[in-house]
Design a protein around this ligand. Structure first.
Ligand code: ZN
Length: 160
């Protein structure tokens, strides 16, 4: 069965900045990721690369920044009181997760002052071309309930 819109796809992935070592892999946790295909649950470039593939396919996909997390935007620096970072030791260039009104958000530390910290709100992978290694584990029809909820149930998906 081929991957197409509204089918359930379970897959392993490893991702790296182009030319670098892989920084994140679903194999570390052992469980494939499960998505309802064609609904923007993965970055656009990856969706494009997966379209039409089948279970058992392994392939590499190079995704340019524009089809990944977008270009890095200027002016996304924000000054935040140091106390919001708790006890963690801070370093320039480090990525930390801040609790915001919109949920947890990964930011990059730009500058550390006495009582404030400047952080860059760009996605850590913004402006980067990404290399993916993909292994399609399963492709199946989504159930009516999954289509209605807009996400996958069961293995690798939501349990409720
Ligand atoms: Zn659900």
């Amino acid at each position: 069965m081929k991957i197409e819109k509204d089918r359930v796809v379970r897959f392993h992935y490893a991702v790296a900045e182009s030319g670098a070592e892989s920084v994140e892999s679903s194999k570390e946790g052992g469980k494939p990721l499960a998505i309802l295909f064609g609904r923007g649950q993965v970055i656009p470039g990856l969706e494009k690369a997966m379209d039409g593939r089948e279970a058992g396919d392994s392939f590499k996909a190079n995704v340019p920044a524009l089809e990944a997390y977008g270009e890095k935007r200027e002016g996304l620096t924000q000054r935040i009181p140091k106390k919001h970072f708790g006890d963690q030791k801070l370093e320039t260039g480090m990525q930390v997760v801040l609790q915001t009104n919109f949920g947890p958000r990964a930011v990059t530390i730009e500058k550390i002052g006495m009582s404030v910290v400047d952080v860059d709100l760009n996605h850590p992978m913004a402006g980067k071309d990404l290399d993916f290694d993909i292994e399609i584990v399963e492709v199946r029809e989504a159930s009516a309930e999954e289509l209605e909820h807009g996400h996958v149930h069961g293995d690798g998906g939501y349990a409720h």
